[in-house]
Design a protein around this ligand. Structure first.
Ligand code: DNO
Length: 389
């Protein structure tokens, strides 16, 4: 595996030097200062590349090249933004960066209801609570159709939840859900968020799928031409929230996307923590059946129930069996090597880390603390070395 660490650019409190000290060799990053939809020029890409290379690291994966909302909604300016996307892909490829992660989640990228859940040992993690999300939807955003998809009990639970929390907690809840977690590229105030969600009122799951098809039909030939491995990130969480459609949550969703465009450049970001939240997702089957399309891996663990609640656990202590996951990754790399594929190692980064030790007293991007992720990387390397030999 190509051991990587995500870096949010020069303003990231986790410096490139620390990434190097953590033992990663590759960096996953994006040009976060460029507005969503604008072209990434070769000049800007090279500037960032040099910064990374100066520290003896390599920029190997873009996470993410964001897909403009107008593409997801197929609005008037959709083709304009697709053209820009193509231009950015071409520039990235010409600068030697050929693995690009993206997502197709409407309005929000990943979201949590708390980024500061305290665990028994004093460490902190992120969680998604269904009643907290429902409370936010029903009583803070006041979405008109929110009640329609909830049972009486769910509405009651959300009401009770709201009664229990004070104004600071309401602020934190709002911030966690819509103020934009790191890498999201979009952040909202409540009124703006409500407007954005309403803009999707006619966009059904079928329509969102058509819009993805339209996007891929223009983009995949470009990826083939410029040798870019595009890899879609699953929905996080992998189910509908705020009544918005989600189309990258299950095995069948993937089957649909990959059957339409068989090119291997129509690839997957295999994110264990996102897929793993659903009880009906078989993580091993997903990997094995789409293994040739896995160009990028996010490893993290979660603990979940069967009611859409989950929190992020430490790498080896969650519901996901990391040992089995590691075994199939190693097997796939061995297969690639046997086939003579030179670039047989898959780009992998430890995904979110817990806040532990000094992380607890430092400001870092939620989920992207230095020590928590360093611990995960060390555990991954240990597993990988032991299982490969
Ligand atoms: C969260 C990340 C996501 C991911 C995007 C990919 O930590 O996994 O923000 O980068 O969904 O486009």
């Amino acid at each position: 595996m190509k051991e990587s660490f995500r870096w949010f650019g020069p303003k990231d409190p986790v410096k490139l030097r620390y990434i190097k000290q953590a033992g990663a060799t590759n960096v996953v990053t994006a040009l976060h200062h460029i507005s969503n939809g604008d072209v990434w020029t070769a000049k800007e890409i090279n500037k960032r590349k040099k910064l990374i290379e100066k520290e003896g690291l390599r920029w190997s994966v873009v996470e993410s090249l964001p897909v403009h909302e107008d593409i997801k909604k197929d609005s008037e300016s959709c083709l304009f933004y697709i053209k820009n996307y193509i231009e950015s892909l071409k520039n990235l490829s010409e600068c030697g960066i050929k693995t690009v992660c993206y997502n197709f989640m409407p309005v929000l990228d990943w979201t949590r209801t708390s980024v500061e859940k305290k665990l028994d040992d004093g460490s902190k993690t992120m969680e998604f609570s269904k009643e907290a999300l429902d409370a936010f939807d029903l009583f803070i955003v006041k979405r008109k159709k929110a009640k329609e998809c909830l049972s009486k009990k769910e509405i009651n639970d959300a009401e009770l939840y709201l009664k229990k929390i004070d104004s600071t907690q309401i602020k934190n809840l709002t911030k966690s859900i819509i103020a934009g977690l790191p890498g999201s590229e979009e952040s909202y105030e409540v009124s703006d968020f409500s407007k954005r969600v309403n803009e999707y009122s006619g966009v059904t799951k079928g329509l969102l799928r058509s819009n993805l098809i339209k996007f891929l039909s223009k983009i995949i030939p470009v990826c083939d031409k410029y040798d870019v491995k595009l890899c879609i990130h699953p929905d996080d969480p992998p189910f509908s929230i705020f009544g918005l459609p989600r189309i990258v949550s299950t095995y069948d969703d993937l089957l649909f996307i990959f059957n339409l465009f068989p090119s291997k450049n129509n690839g997957l970001t295999y994110c264990t923590g996102s897929f793993g939240v659903r009880l009906d997702n078989d993580l091993i089957k997903i990997f094995n059946d789409f293994s040739k399309r896995v160009h990028f891996i996010h490893l993290r663990n979660i603990k979940k129930d069967n009611k859409e609640n989950f929190f992020e656990s430490s790498l080896l202590k969650g519901d996901i069996d990391m040992i089995s996951i590691m075994k199939i990754i190693i097997k796939e790399e061995e297969n690639r090597l046997k086939k003579g594929i030179i670039d047989y190692e898959i780009h992998m980064r430890p995904d979110h880390g817990l806040q532990i030790l000094d992380d607890l007293n430092k400001k870092s991007n939620p989920g992207y603390s230095a020590i928590g992720r360093l611990k995960s990387l060390a555990e991954i390397r240990g597993l990988s070395l032991a299982l490969s030999s």
